[in-house]
Write a protein that binds this ligand. Structure first.
Ligand code: BG6
Length: 512
């Protein structure tokens, strides 16, 4: 199963579905001058625009404290497009679109900022812009409530059903623990209805992540064995080679656990473990995801000590290049106790997954960039093969999220020759072989869905709280018992040795 010609890949089976442009709207980005816009949001907008998926009356208004004017901000964006938008056609769109971007310099705590925004939106409306608004909160969690209050006071959040919408998009992290996530939900729900809130997780916009449900529920051969009878355990790895870069100030407060687990990684876990939904619609999918989140065993303090591992990178080498320790990065405390690595062993208390361990790990400055889900099936009895039986390995299904997106199945085969020798081979599917490579960030899909009011890829209030509830005991124990061995892994290695022990104690090992 290698190249396009080998499988049923006719025009009928694989064809790019034709999408319509999204509903018209003005995208208001709070915190537009930050990293997120230039690295991810604007490249995603350029990609949508180039593919004809933005309405012709689409505009962007940015609000941030930095002292730009619209003119100087556009000039800065021009440089950013050159640097961060790699596809030439996307770049062309991005540069041409700059004159549809407006900038308001203002403090989020100042009510004049919102008054000025209202004037700008009214002016744009006179120039045919839509009354639909998407307010994107790309700001630290402590400002979310403040921004919502400012918008509410100017009546900018009132929508009129069937006439125009007002939606808010909240970037992760949604709160910084269970209590703050709950109070943020409560606060937002006093200003807007749940259907107006889009809690964004860009992992869910990645093609391979979306493919998880298609893969599971459109192929009859996997679902019958997708349970505790046949699956030994599951590993989810999100490994990054990058360090903290310019995000030290944010990361010092967040750490790897908050940054990656309650959102991206639990989302992957829920897609892998959920039951089939009644239909592929937002409510039904969210219902099933929510059920598996509720089934995850919440750690006791004792379990935190045995089933959760934290680490922080020291200096080391990535691709033969020396890189500094976390504590030497910009805006990081030289004695920082923030973790840059986390590994967990989770169990689910439900019929399908009882006693199947889920090992999760994520970290910065690991040897390779790789996000992958590995499903290890139970071993077959080896009695038929005599001495060769010792080489039988369990079947592995590997779902590669990024880079080199694809799926492979590892199985045992006879090595050619007179004697019976067994080895492992892979059946490989690579996205690029069938669909070409498209450089997308994941934000394209989630932004497009917000414009169209489709909640399928977003989380409900209660789901965000359940996810925080799962990691809260870890946060509590870790803050009560500060680590004494940081830094405990060198950049360019696979994390602290305790992470290996987590699996070795169960007679298992990380599959790299
Ligand atoms: C972000 C985290 O949400 O996801 C980052 O804050 C992380 O720390 C990033 O690097 C990973 O996303 P991607 O799309 O680059 O794999």
């Amino acid at each position: 199963m290698k190249k396009k010609s080998n499988i049923a890949c006719s025009e009928k089976t694989i064809s790019e579905s034709k999408q319509q442009p999204a509903h018209p709207c003005v995208l208001v980005i709070f915190g537009i001058a930050g990293d997120l816009t230039k690295r991810l949001l604007y490249p995603a907008i350029c990609n949508l625009g180039r593919r004809g998926l933005l309405d012709e009356n689409f505009y962007i208004v940015g609000v941030a404290v930095e002292k730009y004017t619209t003119r100087t901000f556009r000039a800065q964006m021009e440089k950013d497009v050159q640097q961060f938008v790699t596809d030439p056609a996307d770049k062309k769109f991005g540069l041409a679109f700059l004159n549809r971007i407006f900038y308001i310099a203002g403090d989020f705590t100042d009510k004049n900022t919102y008054a000025e925004l209202k004037i700008k939106l009214n002016k744009l409306e006179e120039q045919k812009a839509s009354k639909n608004c998407l307010f994107y909160f790309a700001a630290p969690p402590e400002f979310i409530g403040t921004i919502a209050t400012g918008l509410k006071n100017e009546k900018l959040l009132n929508e009129k059903d069937g006439d125009y919408f007002r939606r808010i998009i909240v970037e992760k992290p949604f709160g910084c623990d269970l209590a703050s996530a709950k109070s943020l939900n409560q606060e937002l729900l006093t200003y807007v209805k749940e259907k107006q809130i889009f809690r964004i997780d860009h992992f869910l916009g990645k093609e391979t992540v979306q493919n998880l449900l298609a893969f599971r529920f459109s192929n009859g051969i996997f679902e019958p064995i997708w349970n505790r009878r046949y699956i030994d355990h599951v590993q989810i790895t999100v490994a990054e080679t990058l360090g903290i870069g310019l995000r030290g100030a944010y990361y010092e407060k967040a750490g790897a656990l908050r940054d990656m687990i309650p959102n991206h990684i639990l989302q992957l876990l829920s897609l892998i473990t959920m039951e089939p939904p009644v239909a592929f619609t937002a409510d039904y999918i969210q219902d099933e995801k929510s059920k598996v989140l509720h089934a995850i065993q919440v750690f006791t303090p004792e379990q935190v000590l045995h089933q959760a591992v934290r680490g922080q990178y020291g200096s080391g080498k990535i691709d033969s290049v020396e890189v500094p320790a976390y504590r030497s990065e910009k805006n990081v405390n030289p004695e920082s106790l923030t973790e840059t690595y986390v590994a967990l062993k989770l169990l689910l208390d439900n019929w399908r997954w009882l006693h199947v361990p889920f090992y999760l790990r994520t970290g910065k400055r690991l040897p390779t960039r790789s996000s992958e889900i590995v499903i290890q099936f139970k071993s077959e009895p080896a009695i038929l093969f005599g001495g060769a039986g010792k080489n039988i390995m369990p079947n592995l299904l590997r779902i590669k999220i990024q880079p080199d997106e694809g799926i492979s199945l590892r199985f045992n085969a006879k090595i050619p020759g007179q004697s019976l020798q067994l080895g492992q081979v892979d059946m490989n599917f690579k996205y690029s072989d069938y669909f070409g490579i498209e450089l997308r960030t994941g934000y394209e899909t989630v932004l497009y869905d917000c414009m169209n009011g489709d909640h399928t890829l977003f989380e409900r209030a209660e789901m965000v709280e359940t996810a925080w509830g799962i990691i809260q005991p870890i946060l509590d124990v870790w803050s009560a018992l500060p680590p004494r061995d940081f830094p405990n892994y060198a950049a360019g290695t696979w994390g602290p040795k305790e992470a290996d022990n987590l699996l070795n104690l169960d007679d298992r090992a990380w599959i790299l």
